[in-house]
Design a protein around this ligand. Structure first.
Ligand code: FMN
Length: 295
């Protein structure tokens, strides 16, 4: 029996995300055990940015449902991950988990290659923004295998069911989840490594990240794959080259970079603090205490 977990970031119960998760589940087939977790039901505190999780022998000081969240993914064999588009991006349910990304390191091996499909729901045509690309970035960070992803149009709860295109795609996603022969079709002008179609332009003055990657002038905005824009018979086209930032050696480079950053942060922090506290003293800045924090 296959265990499938639907992770829903929307605050709306019975909203479009819940409907499309269930629609996808209709097509998974076989004997499956289906579960839904509303991410906003979890108690997740914001990341403190203290870097404790990265220091040897130390743990994240937050005592919340992050561990439970990871355990649920580890137990599942297939994942359906979604977010409603809020202001062109993902919403808080998934955002606050994403912000604890350094903790993912301890779970990545358990998640490796677990199949996953992603979708966003959005209300206004052409206003889907960049949310799906961020969601797919999260899939990469979690080490899951992205089988298919889509943006579903629909504003009010239930509107997603009005569009045949949404229903067709949901069917395809349900069937794709456990189909080993399913290969996602690359869409026009989309990066082959992360499926984003957003391009970033850089200039000579942009800072390269030492040891992490060279700077190219045009690249995928999400994974840094080098891109070239040119004219074709039909208008213009984009061709992508190489693996971008996330090649096979990336995890090793990243952990080396993390270790070096933590070492210098731990070593220099106190001295740096003394310096910069003095530097701004003369500005006499008043720290505002909101009413809810006043004793
Ligand atoms: C605060 C807020 C911001 C939103 N921002 C966008 C947006 O930037 N683009 C868009 O197309 N729809 C936007 N929407 C509409 C939702 O994405 C849409 O209603 C979606 O179907 C919600 O999915 P749900 O029912 O699963 O919550 C926004 C909705 C809210 C409440």
């Amino acid at each position: 029996m296959k265990k499938v977990l639907g992770l829903i970031s929307s605050p709306r119960k019975k909203g479009n995300s819940e409907i499309m998760t269930k629609e996808i589940m209709c097509y998974i087939g076989g004997d499956s055990q289906l579960e839904i977790l509303q991410l906003l039901d979890l108690h997740i505190d914001p990341c403190k940015g203290c870097y404790s999780c990265m220091k040897p022998g130390k743990k994240c000081p937050r005592d919340d449902d992050m561990e439970f969240f990871f355990r649920k993914i580890a137990e599942a064999e297939g994942i359906i991950l979604s977010s409603p588009v809020y202001n062109w991006g993902i919403n808080i349910g998934i955002r606050r988990i994403f912000d604890r990304a350094f903790l993912f390191r301890d779970w990545k091996d358990k998640f490796e290659n677990k199949p996953c499909v992603t979708f966003v729901t959005y209300g206004l045509p052409y206003e889907e923004g960049y949310a799906l690309m961020v969601l797919n970035g999260l899939v990469r960070q979690l080490n899951l295998r992205l089988k298919e992803s889509a943006a579903f149009l629909g504003a009010l709860p239930g509107d997603v069911l009005k569009y045949g295109k949404n229903l067709e795609m949901a069917k395809q996603m349900g069937q794709a989840l456990f189909d080993p022969s399913y290969r996602r079709k690359q869409r026009e002008m989309e990066c082959p490594n992360c499926f984003s179609n957003m391009i970033k332009f850089r200039s000579e003055t942009d800072l390269p990240v030492p040891g992490l990657r060279p700077v190219s002038q045009v690249e995928c905005a999400f994974c840094g794959t080098v891109a070239e824009i040119g004219t074709t018979g039909k208008g213009f086209g984009v061709s992508y080259h190489g693996k971008g930032l996330y090649d096979e050696a990336f995890p090793e480079r990243l952990s080396e970079w993390h270790e070096n950053s933590i070492r210098s942060f731990t070593r220099d922090r106190k001295e740096m603090e003394k310096e910069w506290i003095k530097k701004y003293d003369h500005l006499n800045i008043k720290q505002i205490i909101p009413p809810s924090k006043k004793g």
